[in-house]
Design a protein around this ligand. Structure first.
Ligand code: SF4
Length: 638
């Protein structure tokens, strides 16, 4: 029996003072929306499967929360993953997972939407379904259970979670979430079966219902084909995009406790034309679409009025590439000059132009200036398609230190395809050269923070065919950097190779991983993204118990014609383009920014009809002539 919101509130009152940070579990933030439960006919629970402190500022969830609550017939409420102390108490007191706004049990909602931006949230998702007392496996749910959907970047390979999620949203959520709610409302009548709902969802552009597809396997474990099980299921499932970005959210939740990010986030553009070959986000978010200066400035003003926040982040994958950046920055810095706000502009190109932009923002320089060269030799930069000369980086560092910043943060990645120890040594040499520039300008006050992550090949990228570095290789590279990156002013951080391993297993996993995830959760795995909680042993045991070889997913070069578990999901960029990019990479050939010239990655013509609806400078893909015959149009069935 599901507890009422009244009963949940009563039980919470008895336990909340026994946990750390009770503020995580009570809601009540400025801008939260609480509608009378019975005033609407559809109740959507939006769940971020990590701690409140991280999830509160998640932009995707903020967008969905705002857009759904604008509907008169629907309410959206939130839930996050309780920390271990609270989970234990909830289980003891038999408090199910509940929404922060009305304290209704999640099992009482019609639709539950999980945000899955990264793979290490999978076991938390299972844990939350369990805590919500909702059957964990999709095929165990009946008409009386909520519809469980998921969206976010990790869902571009939905297969590892296919046993648990009824329907995945592939692509941008702003419009499709309304289509899902509408389909649900049309379906919700006595006597309608769950399969009818799933069939109708499968007809929505950007929705993938895994139970209507089935993979078959070769004897070596690779996939023979992924077949549709019902005639009307679309193939491939095309990601949903918007021809024009809608107005950004402006009612950010203002928490009553400290969280990781207390700020206004305004996405100035979506997508990236740079084509870094390791970058999942850069490939799956194409085409590039920009917001106008006016929209951005208005959104900042409204958000400041609604929240009182003092920090604004102008988000995009490559901020210096926003075509009107030279007009936007003076406009923003002048307009909000006396509001006592700090404005950040992440993801800047490595050149003095970026230093000039940051200088115009008159930012507090305490936080340091962040740059991401990713590799340190020309050979590696050609392989990953991120051409920055060492000279350019040193000149930029000199300019940064000269203009008042004392700290530079540099991000690199080890483990790129064909990387050698010499390439890694070059990272250390480059960092030493950067700190020397700092010493020349500001002496011992100069500092350099170096963050080195380990590359994980991702689906839908030119590196989806490559093997990962093994533990010995990663350890040798990290040891080399630890030895070299000491000394005055230098600070070095790295990612734990065991965590990298989990991301690598899950990123390119197939349906057989569902059982591994389930068993890992049974063995106690959760909060896998938290270094102190991650349990490698549980995962190793889970692979053994499920009879699945973990190395199959990590240490294996794929043939160019291998069928991947995610091949039926189309992000717009075609596999043939990715294969050519992979071959160019192995030949150390660069592919310049596609704003200069279109390389026919697949986004056009797949989205030609949308491009036509919104011609001009909003997109960075070329215009499509109205007379040109469409090779494809966007429908769920195409
Ligand atoms: S269609 Fe052309 S311009 Fe558009 S993202 Fe692809 S390569 Fe770039």
């Amino acid at each position: 029996m599901v507890l009422s919101s009244f009963e949940i509130k009563e039980r919470l009152e008895r336990v909340l003072l026994r946990v750390q940070k009770p503020g995580r579990y009570v809601g009540g933030e400025l801008n939260q929306v609480v509608k009378p439960w019975d005033s609407v006919n559809t109740h959507v629970g939006l769940v971020f499967p990590d701690l409140y402190d991280l999830g509160l500022s998640n932009l995707g969830l903020t967008i969905l929360y705002e857009t759904l609550n604008k509907r008169e017939d629907t309410l959206a409420e939130r839930a996050y993953n309780p920390w271990l102390d609270m989970e234990e108490i909830m289980r003891q007191a038999e408090i199910p997972l509940y929404s922060l706004e009305s304290k209704h049990a999640l099992a009482d909602f019609d639709i539950i939407g999980f945000s899955l931006p990264y793979e290490t949230l999978y076991t938390n998702t299972l844990n939350l379904l369990d805590l919500a007392k909702i059957p964990m496996f999709s095929n165990q749910r009946t008409e009386s259970h909520p519809l469980v959907i998921a969206g976010g970047h990790a869902c571009y390979n939905p297969e590892p979670m296919s046993a648990f999620i009824d329907a995945f949203v592939i692509g941008e959520g702003e419009e499709v979430i309304h289509d899902v709610v509408n389909a649900y409302q049309r379906w919700k009548k006595p006597g309608c079966s769950r399969i009818t709902l799933l069939k109708s969802l499968s007809q929505i552009w950007g929705v993938y219902v895994p139970s209507f597809y089935s993979p078959s396997y070769h004897a070596d474990g690779t996939i023979t084909a992924i077949d549709k099980l019902i005639e009307e299921a679309p193939y491939p499932i095309r990601k949903r995009i918007l021809p024009k970005l809608p107005p950004p959210p402006t009612h950010f939740l203002v928490p009553t406790i400290d969280v990781v990010q207390n700020r206004i986030s305004v996405e100035i553009m979506r997508g990236c034309t740079r084509g870094c070959r390791f970058c999942h986000a850069g490939m799956i978010t194409r085409p590039v679409r920009e917001r106008s200066i006016n929209e951005i400035v208005e959104a900042i003003q409204e958000s400041l009025d609604n929240t009182g926040f003092e920090e604004i982040a102008l988000l995009s994958l490559s901020s210096s590439d926003y075509s009107q950046i030279l007009e936007l920055i003076p406009e923003v810095s002048q307009r909000f000059a006396n509001k006592h706000v700090s404005i950040s502009l992440p993801s800047l190109r490595i050149d003095s132009f970026s230093v000039g932009l940051m200088e115009q923002l008159k930012n507090n320089r305490q936080g340091g200036f962040t740059l991401a060269p990713e590799a340190a030799t020309e050979r590696m930069r050609n392989i990953i398609n991120k051409p920055i000369s060492t000279q350019q980086l040193l000149e930029t560092a000199h300019a940064i230190y000269s203009r008042g910043w004392q700290t530079i943060k540099l991000y690199f990645m080890i483990g790129h395809p064909s990387e050698t120890l010499e390439d890694v040594h070059a990272i250390a040499d480059l960092c030493k050269a950067v700190i020397v520039e700092g010493h020349k300008v500001i002496g011992k006050r100069a500092s350099l923070h170096v963050g080195v992550s380990t590359f994980v090949p991702k689906p839908h990228t030119p590196f989806q065919w490559v093997t990962c570095d093994n533990m010995e290789q990663i350890t040798a590279k990290q040891l080399l950097l630890k030895k070299e990156l000491g000394g005055p002013g230098l600070k070095y951080n790295w990612t734990d190779p065991e965590e990298t391993l989990l991301e690598a297993w899950l990123s390119r996993g197939d349906r057989r991983m569902s059982e591994v995830i389930y068993r890992a959760w049974q063995l106690g795995a959760k909060f896998d993204a938290w270094q102190d909680q991650y349990q490698l042993n549980a995962w190793q045991e889970a692979f053994k118990a499920a009879g699945v070889d973990p190395d199959f997913y990590t240490y294996r070069m794929r043939n160019l014609d291998e069928v991947f578990p995610w091949d039926h999901i189309s992000p717009g960029v075609h596999k043939s383009f990715l294969a050519k990019e992979y071959q160019r990479s192995m030949a150390s050939k660069l592919l310049p920014d596609c704003r200069e010239q279109c390389y026919a990655c697949g986004v056009l013509p797949d989205y030609a009809s949308l491009r036509r609806q919104y011609p001009g400078k909003g997109w960075k893909c070329p215009d499509v002539s109205p007379r040109r015959k469409l090779t494809k149009t966007i429908t769920a069935e195409s």
